[in-house]
Design a binder for this molecule. Structure first.
Ligand SMILES: NC(=O)c1ccc[n+]([C@@H]2O[C@H](COP(=O)([O-])OP(=O)(O)OC[C@H]3O[C@@H](n4cnc5c(N)ncnc54)[C@H](OP(=O)(O)O)[C@@H]3O)[C@@H](O)[C@H]2O)c1
Length: 251
């Protein structure tokens, strides 16, 4: 498939490499200059394009930039682009990074992203750390793979993105419509805790009450990470995230 990726941070660049290696035709974009972008793309072994042209002549656009940057994307990004082009939102809102965005007191993150982009979105690639995405993928013949959550309103689009999740080494677990995407937002037991498909299915089915604690737990985890004097190991980050949720299957 032809895939355009907005953002070449840890998520965008890891997806570019892995999906390129899986045989897809990838182009990336970011807010960097043409020269810097072409150097980045060369290192990743993929193509690049201007932000304005990233949605042209592709089957899928993956948005992998900070939540607060989404409103700065060109308003006409999808003008004249077929409705068949699938848009994937990987973003997670962190007030410590994005600034406080009161809109999320009343609206789900990816529902807001969809409104900002003026297109339906599939939420995916958001509930694993970039480290996990890069290092924990396994061939689908293997048992007990790490699983990734996906949500969205278009079943066919979810099927196609679930196939990509499989190709980059993870089992996809459907969390339901986009209105259920809170189940894999930061502060939830499913979030960056590296569960297998059975465990993730359980974590995603968690009761609504846990939704009320999510923002507090998200901010508590960030406070812990910000207070560290040395970069934490991946194992340490996983253990902190797992320990926050009484219902986490791997606690
Ligand atoms: N890192 C993780 O472990 C992780 C895990 C799951 C989900 N996520 C979510 O996935 C998204 C991407 O995260 P990330 O860590 O890969 O990278 P990030 O640090 O959130 O984003 C960096 C990328 O966004 C680009 N960017 C920023 N503003 C832009 C704009 N206005 N237009 C175009 N590009 C813009 C930057 O361009 P330049 O390169 O030109 O500066 C850079 O390539 C975030 O929402 C994050 O919360 C992250």
């Amino acid at each position: 498939m032809k895939i355009g990726i907005i953002g070449t941070g840890p998520i965008g660049s890891t997806l570019a490499k892995k999906l390129g290696n899986a045989g897809h035709e990838i182009k990336v974009t970011s807010k960097s200059s043409e020269h810097e972008l072409s150097e980045t793309a060369k290192k990743l072994g993929v193509g690049h394009s201007s932000l304005q042209n990233i949605a042209k002549d592709v089957d899928i656009v993956i948005v992998a930039i900070p939540t607060s940057a989404i409103p700065t994307l060109p308003k006409n990004l999808f003008e004249g682009i077929s409705d068949k082009v699938i848009v994937v939102d990987t973003s997670n809102y962190y007030p410590t990074r994005d600034g406080i965005m009161p809109v999320f007191d009343n609206q789900l993150e990816s529902v807001w992203v969809s409104e900002q982009l003026g297109r339906p979105v599939v939420k995916a690639f958001n509930n694993l750390l970039a480290y996990s995405l890069e290092n924990e993928g396994r061939p689908n013949a293997e048992d007990n793979r790490v699983a990734m959550a996906i949500s969205g309103d278009d079943e066919n689009a979810k099927k196609i993105i679930s196939q990509l999740i499989d190709e980059v080494g993870f089992d996809a677990v459907d969390s339901g419509n986009l209105s259920e995407s809170w189940r894999h937002q930061p502060g939830m037991p499913s979030y960056c805790t590296e569960l297998n498909a059975k465990e993730l299915t359980l974590a995603l089915a968690d009761k609504d009450e846990i939704k009320r604690q999510a923002a507090t737990l998200r901010d508590k985890s960030m406070e812990i990470f910000i207070s560290l004097t040395e970069p934490p190991t991946h194992e340490y980050v996983l253990n902190i995230l797992r320990s926050l949720f009484p219902t986490n299957p791997k606690r």
